[in-house]
Design a protein around this ligand. Structure first.
Ligand SMILES: [Zn+2]
Length: 128
């Protein structure tokens, strides 16, 4: 598994897996370059198939400038292309958290309306 870079303009519509396209991981500031860890895609696809419903990605890759603007942690996994904040309509975040936990993902944060998932080396669990 590795972090790959993509161009939003050139590759935005490309499928990364059966259910995820490059553009869903783009930084919300509209930057063209997007970094995505292939292990993150693997986990998201597993979660997608487990619940059988579309995953809404609130935030995945963030440029360092954008991350700072939204008050993200300085060492944020989002900046590395290793994190996504996700939500599934009709599914409690706790259920997503529990399933992702069973997959052994690196970082997992449970928030009232979404779950942060990342593929850092090592393990971190928190409530936001
Ligand atoms: Zn996050």
């Amino acid at each position: 598994m590795a972090v790959k870079s993509f161009s939003l303009a050139q590759e935005g519509s490309e499928l990364l897996s059966p259910n995820f396209r490059v553009k869903e991981f783009a930084c919300k500031d509209g930057s063209d370059t997007i970094y995505i860890d292939t292990l993150l895609i693997y986990y998201l696809q597993k979660i997608r198939e487990h619940f059988g419903r579309p995953i809404r990605i609130h935030s995945a890759y963030r440029t360092p400038a954008y991350n700072k603007k939204v008050g993200g942690a300085q060492e944020s996994q989002h900046v590395l292309g290793k994190a996504a904040d996700i939500q599934i309509n009709g599914i409690e975040p706790k259920r997503i958290y529990d399933y992702a936990n069973s997959l052994g993902v690196g970082g997992l944060g449970l928030y009232p309306s979404f779950v942060h998932i990342d593929c850092r080396v090592g393990r971190a669990r928190w409530n936001g």
